[in-house]
Design a protein around this ligand. Structure first.
Ligand code: PBG
Length: 315
C-alpha cells in the first residue's frame, strides 16, 4: 500500500458528491420501526413526544401520518387500565393492544404491525413474569407469554416480539404459532437506559430489579448464546438491546450469526440526545443520524427507534 504523498484520503472527502459516492452505510426508512404506546387515554409527552400514548381512536390518526410519511413498520406497546398479579391484560381479547390491532389491521393492510410481548406493563408488580416465593418464576410465565402472543396474532399482528427474557419463551410461542415471524429480544440487557420507557409504560418493577432475568451488561459471549438459543427455539429475527452502548455486541452477533439482526435504540439513548439538544449542546438531527448510522454500521439490519417518524421527514 502506498503512503503519503501518493495516498491522500482527503481526496474523496472534498465534496458532498464524492463523500456520498464512497459512503459505506446508508439509512433506509424501510429498516426502521416506530414504537407506539396505546392506552386507555391519549397523553402527550411534551419533552419526549414518541413516548406519549394514544387512545385506540387517536392511534389511527398517528398511524395514518406515519404511513403517509413512508414509515413501513410499527411496534405496539400496551398500557392497560387495570393491572393484576398475573398480567392478564396481556392476553385479554379486549385489551388495548388487541383493540388497536383490530382497528389498524383493516385500515393499513400494507403496514407491518409488530407487538411487544411481555407481562411487565400488565402486572401489578411490574415484573416480566409471575412471582412465586418472591422470585420471577420462569416456567409458569411461559404459558402466559405465549397466550399474549397468540391473542396479538388473532387480532392482526404480523409478527410478535417477546421482550421478557424468560428461558424458553421463544419455544413456547413457536409451539402455538408455527407460521408467525418471531422477532426475539434475544440479548436484552438489564440496562439503566430504559428509564423514560418505564415512566411512559408505567412498568417499573415495584420491588427489586430485572437483573435475575435480563442480561448482565458486562457480558458479550453470553449474548451469542442467547441469540443461538432463540434461533434454535424458532426465532426468525434476533435483537440486541440497548443499541449504542452495545455496538460491540451487535458486531459480535453479526459476525457469528446469519439471521436478520435488529437493534433497539432505546428510550434513554433517545432522551440523552433530546436533553442535550434542549440545552443547546447538541444538534438533534445530526446526532440522531450519526447514532442511527453507527447502529447500522455495527451490523444491525433493522432498528427500532423513537426517531423513526422524524427520520422519515429528514431523509
Ligand atoms: C418490556 C420492554 C422494555 C423496553 C422494551 N420492552 C422495558 C424493560 O425491559 O424494562 C424498553 C424500551 C426502551 O427503553 O425504549 N419488557
Amino acid at each position: 500500500m502506498s503512503a503519503f504523498p501518493n495516498t491522500r484520503l482527503r481526496r474523496l472527502r472534498r465534496t458532498g458528491a464524492l463523500r456520498s459516492l464512497v459512503r459505506e452505510t446508508r439509512l433506509d426508512l424501510d429498516d426502521f420501526v416506530q414504537p407506539l404506546f396505546v392506552g386507555p387515554d391519549t397523553r402527550e409527552n411534551p419533552e419526549l413526544p414518541p413516548l406519549g400514548r394514544f387512545s385506540v381512536a387517536d392511534l389511527s390518526h398517528e398511524v395514518e401520518e406515519l404511513a403517509r410519511l413512508g414509515v413501513s413498520a410499527v411496534i405496539l406497546f400496551g398500557i392497560p387500565d387495570d393491572k393484576d398479579e398475573e398480567g392478564s391484560g396481556a392476553w385479554d381479547e379486549d385489551g388495548v393492544v388487541q383493540r388497536a390491532l383490530r382497528e389498524l389491521r383493516p385500515r393499513f393492510p400494507e403496514l407491518l404491525l409488530l407487538t411487544d410481548v411481555c407481562l411487565c406493563e400488565y402486572t401489578s408488580h411490574g415484573h416480566c413474569g409471575v412471582i412465586r416465593d418472591g422470585e420471577v418464576a420462569n416456567d409458569e410465565s411461559l404459558e402466559l407469554i405465549a397466550r399474549a402472543a397468540v391473542s396479538h396474532v388473532e387480532a392482526g399482528a404480523d409478527a410478535v416480539c417477546p421482550s421478557d427474557m424468560m428461558d424458553g419463551r421463544v419455544a413456547a410461542i413457536r409451539e402455538q404459532l408455527p407460521e408467525t415471524p418471531i422477532l426475539a429480544y434475544s440479548a436484552k440487557y438489564a440496562s439503566a437506559f430504559y428509564g423514560p420507557f418505564r415512566e411512559a409504560a408505567e412498568s417499573a418493577p415495584s420491588f427489586g430489579d430485572r437483573r435475575s432475568y435480563q442480561m448482565d451488561p458486562a457480558n458479550v459471549r453470553e449474548a451469542l448464546r442467547e441469540c443461538e438459543l432463540d434461533l434454535a427455539e424458532g426465532a426468525d429475527v434476533i435483537m440486541v438491546k440497548p443499541a449504542l452502548p452495545y455496538l460491540d455486541v451487535i458486531r459480535a452477533v453479526r459476525e457469528r450469526l446469519d439471521a436478520p439482526l435488529a437493534a433497539y435504540n432505546v428510550s434513554g439513548e433517545y432522551a440523552m440526545v433530546k436533553a442535550g439538544a434542549r440545552h443547546g449542546w447538541l444538534d438533534e438531527r445530526a446526532a440522531a443520524i450519526e447514532s442511527l448510522t453507527a447502529i447500522k454500521r455495527a451490523g444491525a439490519d433493522l432498528v427500532v427507534s423513537y426517531w423513526t417518524k422524524e427520520l422519515a421527514t429528514w431523509l
